[in-house]
Design a protein around this ligand. Structure first.
Ligand code: NDP
Length: 328
């Protein structure tokens, strides 16, 4: 089967030659192990940080090893008492068509009402990220205004929809008219600002007539500064990501004074450090998807070979919704 390994660390932007495709033999499984054929690979922004050899919340990805990544697939051989052939599972098998597991960190999936791929998106890590930041950090009350950047993406799309369900005014920020139209028309946000249109401050002011009570920040830089300028007293900020800076761009905060003048609270978080809350969050997210009350969109690249290009594209905003790679 095929897998992609990290061949070299990027300098600035990621390039295709940072990855290497390898063909490896299908392993024999031992007692207590199982073999999974991956159907989808999730491509996520955090992988960009793992490619770097710098201090972060997680150890860097080793050169020559399979790129890290979440996957969903089907058990094709099992010598494990709890898993049988045909079971659908979610694991961390990386950029690889197959994987062997001892069952630890493997989650059995029920695909009766939730499609398999959604367990990598709205009902998986990105959805949980949205749920955590909204419910644990932003804690919006009905009637409050929340803003989320990268609003059409895997995480941002869930943030705004959960906020709407909690009676908030939800305003998104996204790149381009098409993404913004989707955020309002399909996802039901109250407004969405196209930061590429060149009127970010004025458009955001018009869309937040009562100011902003809570922000879910995915981008950083000018996008974040625009939200800061509109914050109400005692506003809360969930700092989830700063994707505009992942290639090493500096991320100064110009409007830092509002932290003082508006008595703001900002907290960064890493969703994988809060596993205790995942069952609760995933239950709500799964229920909403099954009931058709939480919508999502996917960009699906075909075949493992397409993963590097799709990943590089996602970091530039070419994805529209959750970026996946279909492996089978
Ligand atoms: P998305 O599906 O949102 O895809 C990334 C999007 O980021 C792009 O589509 C693009 O949207 C936007 N983007 C890229 N570059 C820029 C830029 N320079 N300026 C503005 N926007 C940009 O990805 P996810 O939903 O998976 O992740 C969203 C954020 O959440 C990321 O920052 C990620 O690191 C973070 N995250 C954090 C976690 C945590 O535990 N803290 C866990 C999971 C995700 P557009 O075209 O609209 O600009």
């Amino acid at each position: 089967y095929k897998r992609l390994v990290l061949a070299s660390r990027p300098r600035g932007q990621v390039t295709p030659d940072n990855f290497r495709l390898e063909e490896v033999p299908v392993p024999e499984i031992a007692d207590g192990q199982l073999l999974v054929r991956n159907h989808y690979l999730s491509l996520d922004p955090y992988m960009r940080m793992r490619m770097e050899d710098v201090k972060s919340y997680a150890a860097p990805q080793a050169i020559g090893e399979t790129m890290i990544g979440g996957t969903v697939g089907e058990v094709v051989a099992s010598k494990h008492p709890k898993f049988k052939v045909g079971d659908k599972v979610q694991g961390m098998f990386g950029w690889s068509e197959m994987g062997v597991s001892d069952g630890a960190l493997l989650r059995k999936l029920d695909t009766t009402h939730v499609p398999l791929s959604a367990y990598l998106g709205a009902v998986g890590m990105p959805g949980m990220t949205a749920w955590y930041g909204l419910t644990q950090i932003m804690q919006p009350k009905p009637g409050e205004t929340i803003v989320v950047s990268a609003a059409s993406g895997a995480v941002g799309s869930v943030v705004g929809q959960l906020a709407k369900l909690r009676g908030c005014r939800a305003v998104g920020i996204a790149g381009g008219a098409e993404k913004c139209a989707y955020v309002v028309d399909e996802l039901g946000f109250d407004a969405c600002i196209d930061y590429k249109a060149g009127r970010l401050e004025a458009d955001l002011a018009a869309a937040t007539p009562n100011g902003i009570d809570a922000v879910f920040e995915n981008v950083g830089g000018d996008v974040f500064d625009a939200s800061l300028a509109r914050m109400n007293p005692f506003g809360r900020i969930a700092l989830c990501g700063m994707i505009a800076g992942y290639d090493g761009e500096p991320m100064p905060i110009k409007n830092s004074r509002v932290f003082l003048t508006m008595r703001l609270t900002m907290r960064g978080f890493i969703v994988s450090e809060h596993m205790d809350l995942w069952p609760q969050g995933l239950q709500e997210l799964g229920g909403l998807v099954a009931a058709g009350k939480l919508r999502f969109r996917e960009s699906v690249a075909q075949g493992l070979e397409a993963a590097p290009e799709a990943f590089i594209g996602m970091l530039k905003g070419k994805n529209f919704g959750k970026q996946l790679v279909k492996l089978i």
